[in-house]
Design a protein around this ligand. Structure first.
Ligand SMILES: [Zn+2]
Length: 131
């Protein structure tokens, strides 16, 4: 089972800076393999389905056929999946915020505070890219 891990980040908005936490799921070897197999299978399944679309199948079938192992490899390489950033809004210093992030997120990340809509820059303190 994936283990939850927390990494320190900095939330910036203008001159204001606050500490935040990046929540990530660290995947086991087995989970990484399953995730890779799922995306590989999905791509090859789409290659099979698009086989019956006239003319487009000349592009889609080889495209999905090649995308399968490529996407599978990229998924397998991802050892940890970022889920959300939590902390106190740097603009409105009282609100506790939780910002959902995509698995392929790259830091520094410009986003918006979900409560007051102020722009927030999320900087990874360790400056280590996840994934
Ligand atoms: Zn806010």
């Amino acid at each position: 089972m994936a283990t939850a891990e927390q990494r320190p980040v900095t939330l910036k908005s203008g001159d204001a800076t606050r500490d935040g936490t990046l929540h990530v799921s660290v995947l086991t070897q087995r989970e990484r393999t399953i995730r890779a197999a799922k995306i590989w299978g999905l791509c090859w399944g789409l290659a099979l389905v698009t086989l019956f679309i006239p003319i487009a199948h000349f592009v889609l079938v080889p495209g999905f056929f090649i995308a399968g192992p490529v996407m599978g490899y990229l998924r397998y390489r991802m050892a940890a999946v970022p889920e959300r950033v939590t902390g106190v809004c740097p603009t409105n210093h009282e609100e506790e915020i939780s910002i959902p992030v995509e698995a392929t997120v790259k830091f520094p990340l410009w986003t918006y505070c979900p409560k007051c809509n102020a722009s927030v820059l999320v900087v990874d303190k360790a400056a280590v890219t996840v994934g």
